[in-house]
Design a protein around this ligand. Structure first.
Ligand code: ASP
Length: 339
């Protein structure tokens, strides 16, 4: 069982961030830049939410055993996809409004090679299908029936992803809603789930030389409209990786992230000189300005090619896991725009 942040740790981190904020404002007056973003020693693995701990631990082990970056991110995401307790990724994920679990995933190397699947039903590991799209087809993105046919042709086995728990929740939701309809908000804003059951897994890994690869996987918004696809499988929205600069991924309200091409924005801000946390903060501010939304959580996580990590969210509560050679595993809470 992976841990969640308790309130005292969060309070302590807030205090430290406020102190850092005061120092950085002072340095700002002197024309200096100060980053509150933690520095890590390469290789580094970072992943979204509490369940990111199992992702980074697995990715780390693969790298330590001499595995490739692609294997590290694929394996890291696969453990989350296979865990039925994670209700927003892979098996056990919440179904759509019609009671069917449909999954989105993407994978990207810092060279620009990438692959994605969306609206995929009946396979536990969409991330592996996404990797296969990248490696075995001339295309980047397969969806729905075509993605399913491709997965079957590649030898992936079909499985039932709807667990009794998710089915129960769906039935309860249907009763409350009357007729199926898209949910008014994303999962992190409902009270039905706890901190262990949060959202997209996004995993970014840099090897000892600063080469980067990223992956993300999700069942998307709970009880979404049939056919709805979020940001996670859209390269540039839910994930973007560039060896020249760094990598970024997103979690939260996918429609808002798509509207600002969020992960690409974070990487481009880093390219222009912003440190990862500042880049993530600016992307959250852009999201807020563009969508006018103050209620649906969105969070960005970034890893620069030198191992500096940053994260930022709209609302408090976005946690992320980091693992590096110097400090081992850490579970941190991202600063947020709104308190
Ligand atoms: N971004 C995902 C989506 O909108 C879900 C999430 O991370 O909350 O599909």
């Amino acid at each position: 069982m992976y841990r969640s942040l308790d309130k005292s740790v969060i309070a302590m981190q807030r205090r430290e961030l406020i102190q850092l904020g005061i120092v950085s404002s002072f340095l700002g007056l002197l024309g200096l830049r100060c980053s509150s973003a933690p520095k890590h020693r390469l290789p580094v693995a970072v992943a979204t939410w509490d369940h990111g701990q199992m992702a980074v631990e697995t990715a780390w082990r693969v790298l330590q055993q001499g595995g490739r970056l692609l294997d590290a991110v694929e394996e890291g995401v696969r453990v989350v996809e296979a865990d039925p307790m994670v209700r927003t990724v892979g098996v056990g994920g919440y179904p759509d409004a019609t009671g069917r679990v449909t999954l989105d995933a993407s994978i990207m190397e810092g060279t620009g090679r990438c692959g994605a699947v969306a609206f995929l039903e009946g396979f536990v590991h969409p991330i592996s299908v996404a990797r296969r799209v990248m490696e075995k087809t001339p295309h980047v993105f397969l969806v729905g029936e075509g993605a399913r046919a491709f997965a079957l042709a590649e030898g992936f086995e079909e499985a039932n992803l709807l667990t009794p728990e998710s089915e129960q929740d769906w039935l309860r939701w249907k009763e409350q809603q009357g007729t199926p309809a898209p949910p008014p908000s994303n999962l992190e804003n409902t009270n039905r789930i706890d901190a262990d059951n949060h959202d997209t897994v996004g995993l970014l890994v840099a090897d000892a030389t600063g080469r980067l690869t990223g992956a993300c996987s999700t069942s998307g918004a709970a009880f979404k409209m049939r056919g709805r696809v979020g940001d996670s499988p859209i390269i540039g929205a839910g994930l973007f990786v560039d060896d020249e600069v760094g990598a970024a991924c997103a979690t939260g309200w996918g429609e808002g992230v798509i509207r600002i091409a969020g992960s690409h924005l974070v990487v481009e801000l880093m390219r222009q000189g912003d440190d990862p946390e500042v880049a993530c903060r600016k992307a959250v501010a852009r999201y807020r300005a563009r969508t006018g939304d103050d209620t649906l959580q969105v969070g960005f996580l970034a890893l620069r090619r030198d191992g500096v990590v940053g994260a930022y969210s709209l609302l408090p509560g976005f946690t992320y896991a980091v693992m590096d050679a110097a400090q081992g595993m850490q579970l941190l809470q991202a600063p947020s725009l709104l308190r």
